[in-house]
Design a binder for this molecule. Structure first.
Ligand SMILES: [Zn+2]
Length: 503
């Protein structure tokens, strides 16, 4: 039986989640990179990364060269052995093979022979307005009699520093918030004010036909979606996003069971795409059904969040997607963790999730007794969702459609920061090879945010966000968890710097 005929997941899924509104690393803790004595084979004088970090943090913007590693630059290019990456202040100054890159006098040389260099990872789908705790989504599991929603909101607000550090702990130097209340912007402000935080990009929205009250209670007095009623109000909302200095635009579920079916979501998207172009915003769109996805790609949205779950992608769609340049963010992790693991408490956390995940979030999953689990047939359906989602992911890959990695973290059962690695694991199981996974979690994710000219690859002129990896991530994507150093905006850190508090 074709997987598409197994079920119709849309109403229940939409009701629960998608809604819309939508370290130590694993493996061996890093040995410090070797320090080649000055005048040894590299021909470069060597200094330790700690010194480089301290100096960078002190603001004297030294030039640092990472020398001898195997470079995986995030563009999909073949790895470059014995590479040199020259970092000047917060920027990558030059990249090349040993001997090809001239080092200015006084350059600090860090030997990383036998290690791998990849761009800092970027999560293309997160929600700071959701903590991942069992109390965070009363529309899905209502535990407000135990923890009132306002208390959960207050918990998230005071927890921001820990939340942000968890990203860097896991090597995630960028996160795309796909919209929500003003809080998403506040988190971006806090991240900008800290050196131990990822870059946060905020999508204005989600712009949706669904009334805000349908989905979430008020968040500190603000709505969690930007509800619109017609093309005019949709365009007005985009202008509001420009005033708030949004980074991109997210549209929510403009069709679907909650929406007024009489409304013309295509006309509204047309207005959104046009007004977004005026302000230079990329448009990313939540969609879980094939026919709306087809329409949205035709209308020119830049990326899709999730992917159709009601049908196998057909050749016409794949061709359209490929020729349009749309990026697809499959978000496989949320199906598994949010819809299966939360209910049967079967979390199988990756080592990096154990290490970098917020222990208070993990503890919350076991704090309550019986949950109002969906009926068995619904649980069974989730297995079907995974199969369709994985199959469609592979179809997109084979058709040459760019994929980006997004965890949908903030949803129940997912951890800000390290759960991006779980998404990579599931994408790998769906058939995406490690080389493409690295691009999905770097350059393609940067494309979703409209930041591909600034971040997402190891190329001259880009922000110096890089990871030194201790084991070959091309042999096994799980090795991406073996993070030796995190370099954020040119500053070198031991990832243990970012470990969360013990409880
Ligand atoms: Zn989401």
């Amino acid at each position: 039986m074709p997987e598409t005929e197994k079920f119709n997941p849309v109403p229940f899924l939409s009701a629960l989640c998608l809604a819309l509104t939508g370290c130590e690393p694993a493996g061996n803790p890093a040995d410090p990179p070797s320090e080649t004595p000055a005048g040894a084979s590299s021909g470069y004088a060597v200094e330790s990364p700690t010194t480089a970090a301290a100096s960078n943090a002190a603001g004297d913007a030294p030039v640092t060269a990472l020398v001898g590693g195997i470079l995986i630059d995030g563009t999909g290019a073949a790895p470059l052995a014995d590479a040199v990456v020259l970092i000047d202040g917060s920027e990558i100054a030059s990249v090349g093979a040993r001997g090809e890159v001239a080092l200015p006098e006084g350059t600090r040389v860090v030997e990383i022979g036998g290690k791998w260099l990849v761009p800092g990872l970027i999560d293309a789908h997160v929600h700071f307005m959701e903590s991942g705790r069992i109390y965070t989504k009363p529309g899905q599991i209502d535990l407000t009699h135990l923890v009132p929603y306002d208390e959960e909101v207050a918990w998230m607000q005071q927890r921001v520093p820990v939340t942000l550090k968890s990203y860097l702990c896991a090597g995630v130097t960028g996160a795309v918030s796909v919209g929500g209340p003003r809080f998403e912007y506040e988190v971006r402000e806090q991240a900008r004010a800290r050196h131990d935080a990822p870059d946060v990009y905020v999508a204005h929205g989600p712009v949706t036909l669904v009334p805000a009250a349908t989905l979430f209670p008020p968040f500190d007095g603000d709505v969690s979606v930007r509800s619109v009623t017609d093309p005019g109000s949709a365009a007005e909302t985009i202008r509001q996003g420009a005033q708030w200095e949004a980074d991109l635009v997210k549209t929510g579920y403009l069709g679907g069971p909650f929406a007024d079916q009489e409304k013309d979501y295509a006309a509204m998207h047309e207005a959104i795409v046009a007004e977004s172009a005026v302000h230079g915003f990329k448009v990313t769109t939540h969609v879980t059904e094939l026919e709306p996805a087809r329409t949205l790609v035709e209308l020119g949205v830049d990326s899709l969040q999730h992917l159709p779950l009601d049908a196998s992608l057909d050749a016409a769609f794949l061709e359209l997607a490929k020729s349009s340049g749309v990026v697809v963010v499959p978000t496989l992790a949320v199906w598994r963790r949010n819809f299966v693991d939360v209910y049967d408490r079967s979390f199988d956390l990756l080592p990096i999730e154990e290490q970098c995940g917020d222990p208070q979030v993990i503890a919350s999953w076991h704090e309550v007794g019986e949950l109002p689990a969906p009926p068995p047939e619904v649980m069974e359906m989730y297995g079907g969702v995974m199969a369709v989602a994985a199959g469609n992911t592979k179809r997109l890959l084979d058709a040459g459609v760019p994929l980006a990695a997004g965890s949908d973290t903030g949803n129940l059962g997912l951890l800000h920061g390290p759960s991006l690695h779980y998404e990579l694991k599931l994408l790998g199981e769906a058939g995406v090879p490690p080389a493409e996974l690295i691009v999905a979690a770097t350059l393609h994710a940067a494309m979703v945010a409209g930041q591909a000219d600034r971040v997402g690859s190891i190329e001259p002129g880009k922000q110096a966000d890089l990871l030194v990896i201790e084991a070959d991530p091309l042999a096994d994507i799980g090795n991406l968890q073996a993070i030796g150093q995190v370099i954020k905006s040119g500053v070198v850190f031991d990832p243990a710097t970012f470990l969360p508090p013990a409880e």
